[in-house]
Ligand binder design. Sequence first.
Ligand SMILES: Cc1cc2nc3c(=O)[nH]c(=O)nc-3n(C[C@H](O)[C@H](O)[C@H](O)COP(=O)(O)OP(=O)(O)OC[C@H]3O[C@@H](n4cnc5c(N)ncnc54)[C@H](O)[C@@H]3O)c2cc1C
Length: 430
Amino acid sequence: MEKYDIVIIGGGPAGLAAAVSARESGIGSVLVLERDKELGGILNQCIHNGFGLHTFREELTGPEYAGRFIEKAEELGIACKLDTMVLEISPGKIVTAVNREDGLFELQAKAVILAMGCRERARGALNIPGFRPAGIYSAGTAQKLVNMEGFLPGREAVILGSGDIGLIMARRMTLEGATVKAVAELMPYSGGLKRNIVQCLEDFGIPLKLSHTVIDIKGKERLEGVTLAEVDGRGKPVPGTEEYYPCDTLLLSVGLIPENEISGKMGVELNPVTAGPKVNESFETNIKGVFACGNVLHVHDLVDFVSEEAAAAGKNAAAYVKRESAEDTAEKDVWDAAGREVPVKPGEGVKYTVPERINAAHMGEKLTLRFRVDGVYRDCYVSVWFDGERVIRRKRQAVAPGEMEGILLDRELLLRYPGLDAIRVAIEPG
Ligand SMILES: Cc1cc2nc3c(=O)[nH]c(=O)nc-3n(C[C@H](O)[C@H](O)[C@H](O)COP(=O)(O)OP(=O)(O)OC[C@H]3O[C@@H](n4cnc5c(N)ncnc54)[C@H](O)[C@@H]3O)c2cc1C
């Protein structure tokens, strides 16, 4: 069985940034396994610009952003196996994968980095009544058809869900000559970035119908139209608000699900809110030497944060391998004995945090605690509480579930509270 120091599952932006960082941290034996025929992940189909504003201070397209990391990985001689699907990972870090060249094979890793990204929620999860005519696509599938295969899925479209992919596809379909009649969103707020609402809907005069959903689908062989209705506070359609939209295409942009079937099967503990692994300050899961980053960990709206998180995961995995491989166990013993993990809890207005546990003795000088809020709040504060004491309070003009938030924690501050039981992040009124 071939042996590697670090095996990375997924060659999207997370896997690539983790690989580059692990290699730059001095680990020579790094392997990326990617099921697709090329590296770059979902970015390959995102031909719009807006990527890399934080990382490169430039507006790049998705393939350009991915290209920078692919070049770097090539420069560093990082090994990659494409067209290779990982099927299973044992808790002992034996990776089982399959491809045409090698057939079914196993690899032994010292550390594993999970970077499998996420998939779109499909119609089956939505309970929309009606037949199953042609013309209903997930927004990501439509994006692949338009941007990579050169097919326009239809001429008149309605989009259900206002996540970023749906918003971007509303603009894309319009630019390709289709008419997008409306974007319907079940929630009273959009699930996407503000900038996408402005640039993809408002600039093109496409109506965003908040608190609306599809209640009926017309058409047997091919979609003929959909009926939208307003919903009440409990998500139930309000009688008398039905509106019929003739259309040949319905795009669904109703959520992303991190790809964690392999992670769950190997015993990685998952957070029911994010559907991603629970990790500590090092992006390490409950299984020692198994790290997670990118959309498999929690769904990101900006790839820059994916790269940042993945670089940290790669660096931490490299440090883990060095400690575990050293003949002299002194460094490992010091590491294992240092500090203890303190749970991070989502408080009022906060849905989840990443990481979920922090050991101040293991973190760098600063750590960005990422989180999403559970509703739209204006003129509010993001507060961090150490047990009963509020230690950080930052003003925010507005926060919304579609935009990932972050707050910086100082190691020095944490070390001043050796008896700390819990860290809590909360949204407080202004
Ligand atoms: C439509 C869309 C538009 C976006 N627009 C923007 C934008 O404008 N600006 C921005 O900053 N961000 C944007 N994003 C977000 C950004 O693209 C993602 O956050 C980023 O791609 C996530 O990177 P990742 O590596 O975690 O996942 P992915 O890019 O999904 O990569 C995961 C990789 O893992 C592989 N994989 C999965 N399972 C296995 C397995 N079992 N074996 C082997 N390989 C496997 C997959 O094939 C894939 O290549 C957008 C995302 C989408 C979907």
